[in-house]
Design a protein around this ligand. Structure first.
Ligand SMILES: NC(=O)c1ccc[n+]([C@@H]2O[C@H](COP(=O)([O-])OP(=O)(O)OC[C@H]3O[C@@H](n4cnc5c(N)ncnc54)[C@H](OP(=O)(O)O)[C@@H]3O)[C@@H](O)[C@H]2O)c1
Length: 183
């Protein structure tokens, strides 16, 4: 019966306990949303712009991105910035990182939203990985190849001290475990 329950649950989602209105003021904060041109990514960009963040829409298609940027500008009165990024090609990731670094000094948040779900099994990235694995797993973790691409965007300059504090890390872990356990 799981096949029947799922669509029913999906059409009756739980009431959210946290909403966009609770996002604090993000003035001066630079954020990249990968796949910010569509659906969840675009909604995220809109919410971030509405709270004054500087947002980069990182997309493989300039046409898709510019069309989303026009809509987002219309909706919020603020204009996100296009960043060309194809997660299917690791050298494009490096180029995108360089492009970003030529414009900004600090990245506060990298939203690894872009991804693909279930394409035919013969679809592969330029690196010859199955498309979802190459796009969703390898590309965001390209930093593990090591340390040159996506993640250093977030680490440019000194890390915020709280990110390196073992006490904060232990509290976060405890919070996560409690949340998973439903406490
Ligand atoms: N919606 C769901 O129910 C659901 C469930 C589980 C997980 N997710 C994940 O949540 C994320 C957002 O979902 P969504 O429904 O908003 O997805 P979506 O409508 O399919 O949008 C995916 C975005 O990722 C971009 N993208 C795909 N491959 C890329 C690549 N190689 N380089 C750069 N950008 C690439 C797409 O760009 P183009 O416009 O150029 O295609 C698009 O902007 C995805 O990672 C998805 O897998 C979604």
């Amino acid at each position: 019966m799981e096949w029947l329950r799922n669509p029913i649950d999906q059409t009756n989602p739980l009431k959210p306990v946290w909403t966009f209105d609770q996002i604090p003021d993000l003035s001066g904060k630079v954020i990249i949303v990968t796949g910010g041109n569509a659906e969840i990514g675009k909604e995220s960009v809109q919410a971030l712009l509405a709270h004054n963040a500087t947002v980069y829409v990182a997309s493989r298609s300039e046409e898709h991105a510019q069309s989303a940027i026009a809509e987002l500008k219309e909706a919020t009165g603020k204009e996100p910035i296009f960043l060309r990024l194809d997660l299917g090609n690791l050298s494009h990731i490096r180029k995108a990182a360089e492009e970003f670094l030529s414009k900004e000094k600090q990245l506060r948040v990298l939203m690894n939203n872009a991804g693909v779900m279930y394409p035919p099994t013969d679809q592969v990235t330029d690196g010859n990985f199955y498309m979802p694995f190459g796009t969703n797993v390898i590309a965001p973790e390209a930093a593990n190849l090591n340390g040159q691409y996506l993640k250093p965007w977030a680490r440019l300059g000194k890390a915020v001290p709280s990110t390196q504090d073992p006490e904060v890390a232990a509290k976060l872990r405890a919070w996560l475990e409690a949340a998973v356990a439903g406490k």
